[in-house]
Write a protein that binds this ligand. Structure first.
Ligand SMILES: [Zn+2]
Length: 53
């Protein structure tokens, strides 16, 4: 899986959980954000979604 902002590959834990966060856009589509991007946007969902568009 890839981060929807920086397009870098997001790693997975041994439980196959991505090392990132899911956010839902206005179309209720699930998007993946890596921890790096999440902290860059200070977990602000609005800014995260803006960065994806
Ligand atoms: Zn990223």
């Amino acid at each position: 899986m890839k981060c929807d902002i920086c397009k870098k590959k997001v790693g997975e834990t041994f439980l196959n959980k991505p090392l990132g966060t899911y956010v839902y856009d206005e179309k209720n589509k699930k998007r993946l954000v890596c921890f790096e991007c999440e902290s860059r946007y200070k977990s602000d969902k609005t800014k995260i979604l803006e960065a994806m568009s």
